[in-house]
Design a binder for this molecule. Structure first.
Ligand code: FE
Length: 335
């Protein structure tokens, strides 16, 4: 900054924000440009997948230039919190806009991370192989009636660990241990691949039912590729636990970095992410839902998927249950 510049300008001319983001979608450009336009704060972006970002933050340590960290899944946000990567903040705007169960209140100092969009962990099934009533809850996936039918990704992946973290909260530890053993006994194949691979294996008939995050199905529903349209014709989908605690939801979210050189800009940016316009960008870009109540999306696939009842479990509790979830899955032999 030049000496003698007026202290009274609303936005500092050289203000910057260093954003470490595990999210990257086509709509991001407009999202960030609008922030710079309204605040004068330039955004330097470091984009990488969650693991690479966390490694980078680890190696940079206290010298990290990161101001804001955006990650995907409560499991990873919690891990980053435990590793001391977030600085707790106070923001009336964020507290008012974001539902309490979608942010992690650390202590009296404030909140460490906030959800900015939600995704649901749903099921897809092969219409030739499954009666929907046999798989309409997470608990039924582990029932002996579904022996040899179930596919999921690895039990060490955050999406599975978070689901199990939520089940511990909902059903208790003993019931979740039993569930994990039932799941392992019901598998059509050893866990492998991502959620899209599970969907394709259900369409091909190799698996009869599988767990997937909702946006992977929404993406398939919006695809115009003939092979995707053919796959979709084989599939039904389930919103699990609609009268039994609701579907498990997770978030993408973020917080202010522990040693943020520009902490005020960082809070401003998080508040911007909770604005109506940014909520629509963030959610629609990955076929997810806004966290702020009342923000409306015009997304045909999401309209076709909803409406649905969601769990009331807090993302903070899902985070706290990560260690227990991994232990339960390991003990059950869930690879
Ligand atoms: Fe994903």
């Amino acid at each position: 900054m030049t000496l003698g510049s007026s202290p009274n300008h609303a936005a500092e001319p050289n203000a910057v924000l260093n954003l470490y983001s595990a999210r990257h979608y086509q709509t991001d450009e407009a999202l960030y440009a609008n922030f710079t336009k309204s605040t004068g704060i330039k955004i330097n972006r470091i984009e990488a997948d969650d693991n690479a970002l966390l490694e980078r933050l680890n190696s940079e340590g206290a010298k990290s230039p990161a101001d804001v960290i955006l990650l995907v899944d409560a499991a990873r946000l919690w891990r980053a919190q435990v590793n001391g990567m977030f600085k707790p903040i106070q923001s009336k705007v964020l507290d008012q806009r974001i539902p309490a169960n979608l942010r992690a209140k650390a202590d009296a100092d404030g909140t460490t991370w906030f959800g900015f969009s939600t995704r649901a962990r749903i099921m897809v099934y092969n219409k030739d192989r499954i009666k929907p009533d046999d798989v309409n809850t997470y608990e039924k996936l582990a029932d002996p009636i579904n022996k040899g039918k179930v596919c999921t990704r690895s039990g060490s992946h955050p999406y599975m660990l978070s689901l199990v973290g939520a089940l511990i909260e909902r059903d208790g530890t003993a019931a979740t241990e039993k569930w994990a053993k039932g799941m392992v006994a019901n598998m059509a194949r050893a866990p492998k691949g991502g959620d899209t691979d599970q969907i394709r294996a259900v369409a091909s008939g190799e698996c009869a039912v599988a767990l997937t995050n909702s946006y992977y199905l929404a993406r398939l529903m919006r695809s115009t590729k003939p092979e995707d349209i053919a796959a979709l014709a084989k599939l039904g989908h389930i919103w699990p636990n609609q009268n039994a605690g609701g579907v498990h939801i997770n978030i993408s979210g973020g917080g202010v970095a522990k040693n943020a050189p520009n902490p005020q800009a960082a809070v401003k940016f998080l508040e911007y992410l909770a604005s109506d316009a940014a909520q629509i960008y963030l959610a629609d870009g990955n076929n997810e839902w806004p966290v702020v109540p009342g923000v409306k999306l015009d997304n045909p696939a999401l309209k076709a998927l909803g409406p649905y009842q969601v769990e009331k479990v807090s993302v903070a509790a899902i985070g706290r249950n990560q260690v227990a979830a991994q232990r339960i899955l390991d003990q059950a032999g869930y690879r």
